[in-house]
Design a protein around this ligand. Structure first.
Ligand SMILES: Nc1ncnc2c1ncn2[C@@H]1O[C@H](COP(=O)(O)OP(=O)(O)OP(=O)(O)O)[C@@H](O)[C@H]1O
Ligand SMILES: [Mg+2]
Length: 257
């Protein structure tokens, strides 16, 4: 049984194939990168995995279970978390509160009571403590202490990307989908993000499925790379193998990667 497997996936939007016969397998503990030019179908692939889109054809298996047809919440409960290409955080809530929301699938007492009845001597209050401890450990891991109580909307872009990563981690996933975690970051922020992703792989043992345009970053951290274009697979292999493929070279030639 494979850890994660996509089989012959196809997605059509009004007759146009955004994904066209994509298959791949991810081993546990890997960082597996999906690369391809703008519009190649990378985000659509993630949207199929986490249940936002239902593919027209094909199957997706997570630890042997078919997940096509499950709603995003059900996919999250199975242990698959994601970040978004465009940050999706609650601007008027603090870092801590955003991270707490990342734990909602674990909250027996419900999202609102669980998140806001802090300090009550109730079951909700005790449960709350456990969630807070988990979130504090993520704040420590990603060194977000200084922004713990700050409103997310006022924080720098790179910090927000990191908080979104934290929110995904708060779900305690086994598989983490990262959609361009370094997009829009400066060189230093990118380098930091590479360290965090390596830490997540090594220390937390989380398997990472990564969409990234920056070829240097892909080369640095990926175990396997799948290149797609116009929704179709071009090649898959180690970063070194994929980088030498003529179509990949052509697609990335001239970029600053
Ligand atoms: N909801 C939708 N309705 C119609 N077309 C869509 C929808 N979502 C994506 N598409 C189309 O599917 C194709 C793949 O888009 P997708 O966002 O998956 O590409 P991508 O590889 O993530 O690109 P980028 O690198 O720019 O993020 C594009 O042609 C896009 O316009
Ligand atoms: Mg995209």
């Amino acid at each position: 049984m494979s850890f994660f497997k996509v089989e012959n996936l196809s997605v059509w939007f009004g007759g146009l194939a955004a994904i066209d016969g994509v298959s791949f397998e991810v081993e546990p503990g890997q960082v597996f990168a999906v690369i391809g030019p703008n519009g190649a179908g990378k985000t659509t692939l993630f949207n199929c995995i986490n249940g936002i889109y239902k593919p027209g054809k094909g199957e997706i298996f997570f630890k042997g279970n078919e997940i096509v047809g499950l709603k995003p919440d059900a996919v999250a409960r199975m242990g698959i978390a994601r970040t978004f290409q465009n940050i999706e955080l609650f601007d008027h809530m603090t870092t801590m509160e955003n991270l707490m929301l990342g734990r909602h699938i674990h909250m027996k007492t419900g999202l609102l009571r669980g998140a806001f009845l802090w300090g009550k001597r109730s079951f909700a209050g005790r449960e709350e403590m456990v969630h807070r401890e988990k979130v504090e450990s993520i704040i420590d891991l990603l060194e977000l202490q200084s922004v713990r109580n700050k409103f997310v909307g006022a924080l720098p872009y790179g910090t927000q990307k990191l908080i979104e990563l934290g929110r995904a981690l708060a779900l305690e996933p086994e598989l983490l989908l990262l959609d361009e975690p370094c997009a829009g970051m400066n060189a230093e922020e990118k380098q930091d993000m590479i360290f965090w992703i390596k830490d997540i792989q090594d220390e937390l043992g989380i398997t990472v499925l990564l969409i990234e345009h920056d070829m240097k970053m892909v080369m640095d951290i990926s175990d396997q790379v799948l290149a797609i274009n116009f929704g179709r697979p071009i090649t898959q292999g180690t970063p070194q193998e994929v980088q030498q493929h003529p179509e990949v070279l052509a697609a990335y030639l001239g970029e600053d990667a």
